[in-house]
Ligand binder design. Structure first.
Ligand SMILES: O=C[C@H](O)COP(=O)(O)O
Length: 401
């Protein structure tokens, strides 16, 4: 289950997000940096007020990477009685000592190591946090005026970060100026929580006050319960359906809309020839998906199937590495899109652009079986597609790879 973390600065804001259904109450002063600390008295007051109804976390401030400073400040926040202590780590040659210095405190409180997507770190940091006894890790952005998380990290890298944390049995959170359309894109990777401040505020300005309406909008996009996942890389579509993302069978009388992605060109490691190995070549993707409508008046992300999901899926499949055949690639994309129970039919065209004067490739059409069109299900990539109905090659180059 992915939880909703709401960053607030005082008790008045706590009341709004509690009422709005936030799962984790996170104390942070947005006027004081990415992880601005709230005064310990305020934190204590909030811990008393929340009284265990929800877990409370608190940030320690944007601190210098000095072991004794981190230990002192984190210790002060831990002493307020919060469940989670969020500690930001900025790139530094002293990171290993800083993380190791918190080993003792990690035995007493759940520490969350926060990394920033707009900075670069060594790959082995999650393992260092695990080794020091941290409870979890989180990715956020440091420069709140510098773009959203997804401006800094591609979906597959975010998915990789989440997976690396889960492989180490670390709790993992994702934040960074997230907005409503980002939510379905990130739920795909099943993080333990998504964190918000700006999106919960008046006019999405993180230094303005928390808005009841904005909080309700974000809450509505995150399923509140979840059945145990068998594959952490997949969305729990059953739950999303329950939250209104997907139509009931009656709603499917509303018919379908087509969503499409056109001329989406990515470098892809593809080809059966030896000269095609060890390098990438441009492939153009064109995708059209028939999507069951859920309402006559689409108003928010629950009512649509985002074309972002199609592009994210293609990027993720491409990032897996070399594929011999355009047909394989197209099948994988079609299967990925048909995992979404609102999609009844998909046409995928994958066209290699660098094998000469023209394009070569394949276009496939795949449908979901009629009876399961609106039924949420969890499927393996191979079972997502129904029986193929059309399979058109563009084979001017002789090979269909
Ligand atoms: O921990 C989550 C952060 O408070 C997110 O803040 P933001 O949405 O303004 O980037």
């Amino acid at each position: 289950m992915t939880k909703m973390l709401a960053s607030v600065r005082d008790r008045r804001e706590v009341e709004i997000v509690l009422k709005g259904g936030a799962d984790i109450i996170d104390l942070k002063d947005p006027d004081n940096g990415a992880l601005g600390a709230v005064a310990p008295e305020t934190i204590r007051d909030v811990v008393d007020f929340v009284a265990g109804v929800r877990p409370v976390s608190a940030a320690c401030g944007d601190l210098p990477m000095e072991p004794e400073v981190l230990l002192r400040e984190a210790g002060e926040i831990a002493a307020t009685g919060v469940e989670y202590v969020k500690i930001g780590f900025f790139p530094s040659e002293h990171l290993p000592e800083c993380i190791a210095a918190l080993k003792g405190l990690a035995q007493q409180r759940k520490l969350i190591g926060v990394l920033f997507a707009d900075h670069a770190y060594p790959d082995d940091l999650p393992a260092a946090f695990k080794e020091a006894g941290f409870h979890g890790i989180m990715i956020d952005t440091a420069n709140k005026a510098g773009g959203r998380l997804l401006d800094h990290l591609s979906p597959d890298r975010i998915g990789g970060f989440i997976k690396s944390a889960h492989d180490l049995s670390l709790m993992v959170g994702v934040a960074g100026s997230l907005e409503a359309p980002d939510i379905p894109r990130l739920l795909v990777f099943a993080p333990d929580f998504l964190g918000f401040r700006g999106a919960l505020c008046e006019n999405q300005k993180r230094n303005a006050g928390i808005s009841e309406e904005a909080t309700a909008k974000i809450r509505a996009l995150i399923p509140e319960e979840r059945t145990p996942a068998t594959d952490a890389s997949r969305v729990d579509y059953q739950l999303l359906a329950a939250r209104g993302y997907f139509p009931s069978p009656e709603d499917s009388k509303l018919g379908t809309d087509k969503i499409f992605v056109r001329d989406f060109v990515l470098p892809v490691q593809i080809g059966a020839y030896s000269f095609e190995h060890g390098k990438a070549q441009k492939v153009r993707f064109d995708v059209t998906a028939d999507v069951l409508r859920v309402t006559l008046n689409p108003e928010d992300m629950r009512h649509v199937v985002s074309y972002d999901l199609i592009m994210d899926g293609i990027r993720t499949i491409v990032a897996r590495g070399h594929v011999e055949l355009a047909e394989t690639l197209a099948e994988q994309v079609a299967a990925f899109i048909l995992e979404n129970p609102r999609v009844t039919r998909v046409v995928v065209r994958a066209e290699k652009l660098e094998l000469g004067a023209g394009g070569v490739g394949v276009e496939i059409e795949r449908r979901r079986e009629a009876q399961s069109a609106s039924k949420p299900r969890r499927s393996s990539p191979d079972t997502g597609a129904g029986a193929g109905t059309t399979h058109a090659h563009g084979g001017r180059k002789g090979s269909n790879s």
